[in-house]
Write a protein that binds this ligand. Structure first.
Ligand SMILES: NC(=O)C1=CN([C@@H]2O[C@H](COP(=O)(O)OP(=O)(O)OC[C@H]3O[C@@H](n4cnc5c(N)ncnc54)[C@H](O)[C@@H]3O)[C@@H](O)[C@H]2O)C=CC1
Ligand SMILES: O=C(O)C1=N[C@H](C(=O)O)C[C@H](O)C1
Length: 239
């Protein structure tokens, strides 16, 4: 598979390593305005975007217009997600976005939904989310923490939204911490006066995110439409 990397930072470099191990070829690396690069849809099978929040929408939709399917993991640009989906459909292109591509986090997402469903009637428990990332991270809270919050809100009609730090009674507080060299740690806690329940995912490196993104690109090649990591993992595990 011929891959264009949109963003060649920590994730771009890890993705290149894993893509090559899996027999793919990186044919283009973009680290600046995508308009400065020639995009030939006949020479690129899939673009993988791990760039920066303010570039992601333009990167993604420019690829759609050149008939190049896109896997995107960039966080902090989702105000424009619906617009990107619309352009993908108009251009008959293909798209997978995930706030977190790691297999472990996708299992954690399922666990989070299940636990939120079990906790929704238990009003003594207050839920919060903590995320810890490296100090270079541009956005807060993390995309993964936002996904976790949205999943909990979908299961609990009493919760109306999320908030960084100081939240109202009907909101989930998200605490975003920044520490040197932490690839990504997420904890969901339900706390009551008598006990607490905690689920936690700790990434030990960026390998899991990168592997998930390459597997998603393998899934997307030759397809048309909008997909999720759930589609990718269902195919992978035949369920
Ligand atoms: N969904 C997931 O599984 C994961 C998502 N991420 C997200 O991926 C993004 C990138 O993360 P890192 O690689 O750690 O950041 P990074 O800062 O190491 O890399 C971003 C790169 O984008 C480049 N860039 C700047 N303007 C650009 C443009 N117009 N087009 C293309 N590239 C441009 C920068 O030069 C930089 O090298 C972040 O939004 C992060 O939150 C990170 C890890 C996992
Ligand atoms: O910026 C990062 O590094 C990460 N970003 C993603 C997020 O915002 O959730 C995923 C992962 O936690 C690493």
């Amino acid at each position: 598979m011929k891959i264009a990397l949109l963003g060649y930072g920590r994730m771009g470099k890890t993705i290149e390593e894993i893509a090559e191990q899996r027999g793919h070829e990186v044919v283009l690396k973009v680290s600046d305005d995508i308009d400065n690069h020639e995009l030939d849809g006949s020479k690129i099978d899939v673009a993988i975007d791990f760039s920066i929040p303010k570039a992601a929408f333009k990167n993604i939709t420019t690829c759609f217009k050149h008939n190049i399917p896109v896997v995107s993991g960039t966080t902090g640009w989702l105000d424009n997600y619906e617009k990107a989906r619309k352009i993908c459909k108009e251009e008959d292109s293909a798209f997978i976005y995930a706030s977190n591509f790691s297999l472990g986090v996708n299992v954690f997402f399922e666990l989070n939904k299940k636990l939120a469903g079990m906790m929704q009637g238990l009003e003594d428990y207050k839920v919060d989310i903590e995320e810890i990332h490296h100090t270079q991270k541009l956005d807060a809270p993390s995309g993964t923490a936002i996904t976790l919050a949205q999943q909990i809100i979908e299961e609990n009609s009493k919760l109306k939204g999320w908030q960084l730090d100081d939240a109202d009674e009907d909101e989930i507080p998200i605490y975003a911490k920044r520490e040197e060299n932490v690839p990504g740690t997420h904890t969901v806690t339900y706390d009551s006066p008598i006990d607490s329940i905690e689920i936690k995912h700790t990434a030990k490196s960026r390998q899991g995110f990168a592997l998930g993104a390459v597997v998603a690109a393998e899934y997307l090649k030759g397809k048309q439409g909008i997909f999720t990591m759930k589609d990718v993992l269902s195919e992978l595990f035949n369920n």
